[in-house]
Design a protein around this ligand. Sequence first.
Ligand code: C5P
Length: 226
Amino acid sequence: TADRPLAGRSLVVSAGGTREPIDPVRFLGNRSSGAMGVALAEAARDAGAAVTLVGANLHVPVPRGVETIEVETTAQLRSRMLERADADVVVMAAAVADYRVDGVSDEKRSKESWGDAPTLTLALNPDILREIAGQPRSSLVVGFAAETEADDDALLQRGRDKLARKGADLLVVNRVGHDEGFGHVDTRVRVLDADGVVADAAGSKASVARAIIDAIAQRLAAPTAS
Ligand code: C5P
């Protein structure tokens, strides 16, 4: 129906930012709060979907009426998402660490053990979105591009490139910076498919999330979808 366009559908969304341990007390991380992914989970729930939220280090409360799985590292996020990748819709809204620490220390590092000029060696993490989009599937796969690019044409071009590179069906482009994108602030997104911009929305994360969920629902309803 019009107000519950995802009734009978399952949706899994990742949110937040993964942390990569250095030692038992330290990590490499990012500034993602999880607000956008949580807003998407709420909007999908309100649209009638059975929602699973895979939350990495969320700085915002978990929503009611949504199954929430909490994770910390990229490896944990990946295994939880792969377990759920048969959902009707898979949304990768999390900020996934591109690199993990190679050779995590079992013991807390100290100046004594690490010296005056320590180096961290990093290893490339798997690209979860690309992996899920590239496997045989019937799900609709949605990725995000959070870019700092100031020029709008360049921003959209990065989005188109990312859509193709990842093999996703839809890609949500949003601009982030010191004052934009992270946390509870107004934001603007464009949703792209292989043919171009299918949705353009600005406002609170809740209203933007509704627009993204509407674009997803339209795509699912389209006879030629995926
Ligand atoms: O390449 P980039 O990190 O900009 O791509 C962002 C999109 O890819 C997001 O949807 C993010 O959740 C996903 N991603 C991923 N695994 C990674 C890196 C990013 O799934 N290792």
